[in-house]
Design a protein around this ligand. Sequence first.
Ligand code: FES
Length: 619
Amino acid sequence: MTVALTVVARDPGVRRVLDVDPGTTILRAAHAHGIDIDAVCGGRGRCTSCRVKFVAGTIPPATLGDRVQLGDDLVRDGYRLACQWAVTEPVTVETAPPLDERAFQILGAGATPSRPGFKIDAGIAKQLVRVELPREEHHQTSDVEQLLAAVGAREADVPASVMQALPQAIRDDAGGVTVTTFAGRILAVERGDTAAMKFGLAIDVGTTTVVSTLIELESGEQLASVSGLNPQAVFGGDLMSRIAFAQFNPGNLRKLHTRIIGLLNQHIEHLTRESGVLPKWIYKVVVVGNTCMHHLLLGIDPSWVGLAPYAPVMRHAMVLPARELFLKVAPEARVCLLPLVAGFVGADAVAVALATRIHDGEDLRVAVDIGTNGEVLLGSRDRLWACSAPAGPALEGGQIRHGMRGARGAIDRVTVDDDLHLHTIGEAEALGICGSGLIDLVAGLLDAGAIDWTGLIQVDDRDGLPPRLRDRITMRGEERTVIVARAGEAGAPREIVLTQDDVRQVQLAKGAIASGIAMLQRVARIGPDALTELLLAGGFGNYVSIASAQRIGLIPVLPRGTVRYVGNAAALGAQLCLLSEGERALAERVAERMEHVSLATHPDFEEIFVDAMNFPRPA
Ligand code: FES
């Protein structure tokens, strides 16, 4: 016997009645029926992204988890965590409105880069040829043989899909056909002269965001760029929860695979519409991503990547035809995947190295790609180390009581003096707090003495604070809390708070990045004095205040070096490899050189991590 679960989503307007086996959680039932409810923590009851509002039927009594994650206001309004509630009787729930993707601060790809030694040579060649048609019945030849005679290729270089289009193409236009090749292989035969139409795509598949850029392959001109949230995130915000979703479950693996392919095809449609380029003129695609994203894109089971010793299924660079991935570009377009390094350190780290030239500098530098699955690189032309720094989604607003991604209405800047001063994205009413705001807030509270170096909110010692700030530090039940915005302040429709647990989540996240940097310094046997530059990369890294990041110890203060934003370095690295086969070959050499440091198994890890969790004491 099934139970009716009615799910209402206001935007877009959807009302679905689902037949659900009793005992199934609302989240699982919704996902099984193709209804998106975000599950940033992977359904572990540790975030608020899956919240639904009970609008008809019995509202179940709130659990401790509901109260801790959602707070009393939302609980009173009928909100519960969808991942925690099993359906036992007919109910109607309303999903939380999806955040508007266009309002997200997702860092695009930026201008096409140029790097020392960089030369455009995408490897795609197009030539107009006249194919002599077979004329005499007694003279045995074929369309393919005539084509090969015209372009000087071998039979093995002609894929079946090209043969399917060939007879019509060579007979349709007396002016000849345009033959496209990559490393001698024929990718397309088109009637008429299309030799000027040569395009490619550079794609950075991040755990949270995906950036795709359409580029003209002769000039390197960037024609259009699009960013979107990785749609796999509804099944888990971080790598481990996504792997857990796919683990030993082929159906779920297929869902993750088709989600990302679907998004890439949406990107292709968007980019080609915006630029007027036909999808069939896209002949080369370069994709970078961490090991898990790479495996899911290929439909490879990442189960073993999530279990010690975290070995990837494959590490080598790959080139495969777009039709194998069902990408809607030229069917024989070459999809080039850069090599992986080890563990979770994937092709994105290799791309960051290419974009920053960290592998080629005289001085020791460190590059930090801040993201849900952060990566740290340290090195010079002599040695190059890399580790993954799984910060989790906290710095992107996940697993924070009133956290949200960097969308309209997110508090993105905070200053603290005798009170809190808030700035929101789009100057809109404050709806929650995003990563850069969170870091500013914690840094400001540290300076003001409202949080101590262990992260404890100073409720007991609040009397020493300026009165307006003091009134924001309070106990809510058992929980130490900072009232960031009261209802009405900064236009906030309801109170926004920072809880003790939120501060702990920030500490865990910043501890992961900071211990990654410290560990590589330890492995390289260098002190902070030896670093000449810290390069801050990634979508999130470019919005965070450097001073605040240093104040909370997310990144070190370099005694004689500088900290510099370098944009979305992984996407820039993908562009370099799209435009230059030399760079793609270099990527393989860099990946081979990169020495993977596994944080968790290093004997010093615990000491470094505990230290990195604390906030720096004021000098
Ligand atoms: S609390 Fe339900 S998915 Fe995170």
